[in-house]
Write a protein that binds this ligand. Structure first.
Ligand code: WQD
Length: 341
């Protein structure tokens, strides 16, 4: 019997890539998703990649009784990878209570079910956003947690604290928070990828939509930062590398290799790239000249953020293998494939 893993938000961008890698590794997967930021067709796409259709339950994790019922039905779940959350930074500033209710209540209800189990392994989707503008670069896991720039970022910080405090008193619960840097790119099949609803907030989907003609022009938010070319620096990690970090973290817990009940890892490439460097790399891999203009800074942007990946490499035993150009090439192929219909 294969080990069964719950992936919440498993039809989303990162979640769907993790489901594919879990199935490739021989795990049975059950997905919970409320389809608020994803589409049911992703389920077929996943099974067309792996040949295995994951179990799926349409369920809103804010509904406590549904969560209780779900865990009664799937008593054989041995691990949970938790993606389901609202994640639009700007929207969270306008709708803080929606973000605190959705992102925190869902987490609490899942943890309340896991603490009832004899043994459970929990992987939390966190974010480098918890560091704010780090004082020193590259960023290590012990870097100070700065005051969150948005309610979204705050839900990641509070979420980590809830998990940490719960693991302290629930010995049978082991957890790892993965602090993602900037996930980009798509699966090599071009069957799954990033599908932002409405106007993309993130850089790479805006670039590919501009290149394919959906958007007129990319606005580059500021070129007067103290960086190599004045534009902000980020650590762009291929989503498939990111997905494999989840497999490494899950196996670490299942095999009892964790050094404490709660661990945190930065998941990035360790390489910073400026916005203009991303644009240049995209033009090279796509053969498309990108139409962009420099505009004012975006409120809330940090100048520079890229990971110190020593702990993930040496302790977790995971390293990013794909480059920024690999990611941009896959993002472009995905965009072209998406618009082919
Ligand atoms: C990257 C760079 C922008 C769009 C966010 C969240 C983070 C995580 C990843 C969820 C910045 C510039 C962007 C555009 C631009 N999300 N940019 N024009 O802000 O680093 O991280 O997404 O976990 O929590 O904060 O990513 O892609 O929005 O921006 O110039 O149209 O691209 O200013 O320098 P960010 P991003």
């Amino acid at each position: 019997m294969n080990q069964k893993i719950l992936v919440t938000g498993g039809l989303g961008y990162i979640g769907s890539h993790v489901v594919v890698e879990l199935q490739n590794e021989g795990f049975d997967v059950v997905i919970i998703d409320n389809l608020s930021n994803s589409s049911i067709e992703v389920l077929e796409r996943i099974s067309s990649i792996t040949g295995i259709k994951p179990m799926f339950e349409l369920l809103d994790l804010k509904d406590k009784s549904s969560v209780v019922e779900f865990f009664k039905k799937h008593i054989d779940i041995i691990g949970v990878i938790h993606f389901a959350a609202s994640k639009a930074v700007g929207e969270s500033v306008q709708l803080p209570l929606l973000y605190y209710e959705n992102n925190l209540n869902s987490l609490i209800y899942i943890l309340q079910e896991l603490q009832k189990k004899e043994n459970s392994n929990f992987i939390f989707s966190s974010s480098c956003t918890v560091y704010g503008q780090a004082d020193s670069l590259p960023i290590i896991e012990s870097a100070p947690i700065k005051e969150a720039e948005s309610p979204y970022g705050n839900t990641k910080q509070i979420g980590e604290e809830i998990i940490r405090d719960t693991c302290k008193i629930v010995p049978n619960l082991k957890a790892i928070s993965l602090r993602y840097f900037n996930p980009v790119g798509a699966h090599k099949s071009s069957k799954i990828g990033e599908m932002p609803i409405g106007t993309p907030q993130n850089l790479v989907p805006f670039i590919t939509q501009t290149a394919i003609g959906i958007r007129q022009q990319l606005s580059v938010f500021g070129n007067d930062y103290p960086t190599i070319d004045g534009t902000c620096i980020r650590d762009y990690i291929h989503v498939v590398d990111l997905a494999n970090a989840h497999i490494a973290a899950l196996k670490r817990l299942i095999n009892g290799e964790n050094e404490s009940n709660y661990e945190v890892f930065n998941i990035g490439t360790g390489q910073g790239s400026s916005v203009l460097e991303v644009i240049e790399a995209f033009e090279e891999v796509s053969g498309q000249k990108l139409n962009y203009q420099i505009v004012g800074r975006r409120i809330g942007d940090v100048v520079s953020a890229y990971a110190d990946t020593t702990k993930a490499n040496k302790v977790l035993g995971w390293i990013a293998k794909l480059s920024l150009k690999d990611a941009l090439k896959s993002a472009w192929k995905w965009e072209v494939n998406l618009r082919r219909k």
